[in-house]
Design a binder for this molecule. Structure first.
Ligand code: SF4
Length: 348
């Protein structure tokens, strides 16, 4: 349901399992399949809570829905996990080698999977601990979803907190494939030994997160350590910064400037952004929702704070602008001028 830009792992596993049972598996295409013989079973899967559900009738004898998008809701501005709405894949499906043929374009010479699950952190903006448990644990060996592909995309929530981290890192080193830790790594759990192992992997771009300003004293020495050991810098080491959640604008900017001074690349994320913006038909943000609509749920101060976070995001995440405009105040002033000269600009 989230679109076709990223392969859906549960669907690839379900497809592999059904095929192993001699069943036929195909995409349900409304244009061709909404009339005629019904499908035996159709699966809908979504990862994101804010992805709209499929609004039309499905021509099937049985319709099954699953994924985080169906068991997470937003309550009081925070994500809440509903165990009773969650559905887990049976063990034999969870551990099967995925049917990458379901997404031939996206999985060309690329393997996707989880080596670990769970997280001990319990960040209040994240549902991983409630859903997968408060301990990071090994979920699979690399060979369960990788057969020599040149690229490996990992979806682990917090592999550095996992007891078997070094064993799993060694498997990644031995693969000689290009590794993409798509969810970012927990810098607070990184030791010198783990950083050295990261330095031995083939990594084009590595991501860490610095979500809580309060972690400043812990994370800054760790960033310096990983930079010294691995030799990564702003060209290949990105740090996600969560904004619009429990931090002030001053704290957001301090994190941005600190990372830039360390020679790293900050990347701003905005909590709950989809609540505040309207999107065009391609799903791209096309402006903020009208004040009147937002005021039903949010205070004037919350809306203003979102506006500033969005401006910081535009400034930081555009590397060309960020490198040429050194202070946020200058970018803000220039963007105001631009707004005044372009009637109806989305910056308004
Ligand atoms: S460290 Fe990451 S995965 Fe763990 S609870 Fe926090 S945001 Fe979620």
């Amino acid at each position: 349901m989230d679109g076709h830009h990223f392969p859906n792992l549960p669907l690839m596993k379900l497809s592999a399992w059904y095929k192993s049972q001699g069943e036929q598996v195909t995409w349900y295409e409304p244009l061709f399949h909404s009339i005629g013989e019904p499908f035996g079973r159709v699966y809908l899967s979504k990862v994101f809570r804010f992805t709209p559900d499929y609004p039309y009738c499905v021509n099937t004898k049985e319709l099954l829905k699953g994924g985080s998008g169906y068991c997470i809701s937003l309550e009081g501005g925070k994500e809440v996990y509903h165990k009773e709405k969650d559905t887990q894949l049976p063990y034999e499906v969870e551990r099967i080698y995925p049917d990458y043929g379901l997404y031939p374009g996206l999985t060309k010479d690329t393997a996707y999977g989880f080596l670990s699950r769970g997280c001990p952190r319990g960040c209040s903006f994240c549902h991983v601990q409630a859903k997968e448990g408060g301990k990071a644990y090994k979920a699979a060996d690399l060979s369960e979803f990788w057969k020599g592909q040149k690229n490996i995309v990992l979806l682990d929530p917090n592999i550095t907190a996992c007891k078997e981290c070094k064993q799993l890192f060694q498997q990644l080193i031995d693969s000689h494939s290009w590794i993409d830790f798509s969810q970012g790594l927990d810098i607070r759990m990184l030791t010198e030994e783990k950083a050295e192992m990261l330095g031995k992997m083939n990594i084009r771009n590595i991501h860490f997160a610095w979500d809580r300003f309060q972690d400043k004293e812990i994370v800054i020495p760790k960033f310096k350590m990983v930079k010294d050991i691995t030799g990564y810098d702003y060209r290949n080491l990105t740090v996600y910064l969560l904004t619009n959640f429990d931090s002030t604008t001053e704290e957001d900017l301090e994190r941005v400037y600190t990372l830039r001074d360390l020679g790293l690349n900050p990347y701003v994320m905005i909590y709950n952004k989809e609540e505040f913006v309207k999107c065009d038909k391609n799903g791209k943000p096309a402006g903020r929702k009208p004040e009147k609509e937002l005021r039903k749920k949010y205070t004037h101060e919350q809306i203003r704070h979102f506006d500033v976070c969005w401006k910081i995001q535009r400034w930081v995440n555009n590397r060309t602008i960020f490198r040429s405009c050194l202070r946020f105040e200058d970018f803000y002033r220039d963007s105001r001028k631009m707004v005044e000269s372009v009637p109806g600009s989305v910056l308004q």
